[in-house]
Ligand binder design. Structure first.
Ligand code: TYD
Length: 208
């Protein structure tokens, strides 16, 4: 059975590195793997990504909610579901929990609206596992800023205060604690290799 695994966490927690490592591990087991990021993965998603991660473009929280939801609705229906149905595993960098945390907890849109948007956008498709890479904002923001200086691009959410990012961190931990069977929380200050082996062990349990 194909696996749908989402990765969540604040900026600079190492999601993309871990997705790449897990992709290699799964491919070594002869599994077909598709890795994607949100927003992105479709022409609409990549177009919206330019808007959504550009610090110079200010958006109302509600507009953000609809744009992330539009990108996700397209990705779920045109890529994720067909890939899962064709037997490919799907590894996804951010999913609906990011919307709950950023637009809901941090930007204060009432959760009933956020939940409704997530439910419609995802068509109620829930990952078998969500990996949360958890780190204090002081650490992860430093890493994100170093990375972005290299690519000359500072992202909108990275401009927010430490307290915004603390709310994001607490929000992810709160979601994970509500559904421990479906979340794997990992201390992202560990070495890349340690983190990868924790993820690999959990994913192997899902495959067997
Ligand atoms: P991205 O370039 O993917 O950075 P990161 O490495 O942190 O994942 O930026 C995506 C940004 O969009 C990130 O700041 C989180 C935010 N976001 C939301 O606010 N809501 C969402 O639903 C999603 C998917 C992302």
């Amino acid at each position: 059975m194909s696996l749908f695994i989402a990765f969540e966490g604040g900026e600079g927690t190492g999601k993309s590195t871990q997705i790449e490592l897990l992709r290699h591990s799964l491919e070594e087991l002869n599994r077909k793997v598709t890795s994607l990021r949100e927003p992105g993965g479709t022409p609409l998603g990549e177009y919206l990504r330019d808007w959504l991660v550009d610090e110079s473009r200010s958006l109302e929280p509600e507009s953000e909610l609809f744009l992330f939801a539009a990108a996700r609705a397209e990705l779920v229906r045109t890529v994720i579901k067909p890939q899962l149905q064709s037997g490919s595993d799907v590894l996804l960098d951010r999913y609906a929990a990011s919307t709950t945390v950023y637009q809901g907890f941090a930007r204060k849109i009432p959760l009933r609206h956020v939940n409704a948007a997530n439910s419609l956008a995802t068509d109620d498709l829930v990952p078998a596992l969500t990996v949360l890479l958890d780190a204090p904002p002081e650490i992860s923001l430093n890493r994100a800023q170093l990375r972005d200086v290299n690519i000359k691009n500072t992202k909108r959410f990275e401009q927010n205060s430490i307290s915004f990012h603390q709310t994001v961190r607490d929000g992810f931990l709160r979601l994970a604690s509500k559904d421990p069977a479906k979340w794997l929380v990992i201390d992202a200050e560990q070495t890349v290799e340690n983190i990868h082996s924790l993820i690999r062990r959990k994913v192997k349990d899902l495959i067997l």
